[in-house]
Design a protein around this ligand. Sequence first.
Ligand code: ATP
Length: 199
Amino acid sequence: MHLKSLTLRGFKSFASATTLRFEPGITCVVGPNGSGKSNVVDALSWVMGEQGAKSLRGGKMEDVIFAGTTGRPPLGRAEVSLTIDNSDGALPIDYAEVTLTRTMFRNGGSEYRLNGDTCRLLDIQELLSDSGIGREMHVIVGQGQLDSVLHADPTGRRAFIEEAAGVLKHRKRKEKALRKLDAMRANLARVQDLSDELR
Ligand code: ATP
């Protein structure tokens, strides 16, 4: 498995559609300060489902949408597509090539697609969760991130280990199931109240 290409449209400083193609091996992105190198890395984590504005170096999620410059008006949406070579079947999906797309509109709407079909964030998270890449990935080491790993408290350290061990997916499923159970219990209590009133 390797990342084949990344296309940014209206994402941060990339107002026009820009495609980066990656060959197997090492890719270096070079450029002057402030030219958008870190924005490329932000786009990678964003398309894989990153939910934290802070992790994307912004104040709110809409900050990823091109905000305009003196010569160019702001845009209404940001879109990033990541194409992954899956010819070795590392991702549990029956395609030799997988394209993830995430779109966000300035009015707050957002959309995920998997090979062109609309999907849920959960589908993307589950697809990537055993691959070593993904939202909580530690294959992307941002500036200052090593410090945060070294200084993590025991809970934070446990989260790193759980993610590496592939436990995170099951923890999330368990949390989801528990939330459903809680909602079900509340519904049952309501039904019980109604039945008591009717007696
Ligand atoms: P350095 O080498 O200093 O770390 P860099 O090449 O990594 O810099 P980035 O941090 O990726 O640069 O890019 C910063 C630039 O992106 C800034 O000029 C900032 O104005 C621009 N930028 C960030 N968000 C947006 C946005 N939503 N709309 C337009 N421009 C943006």
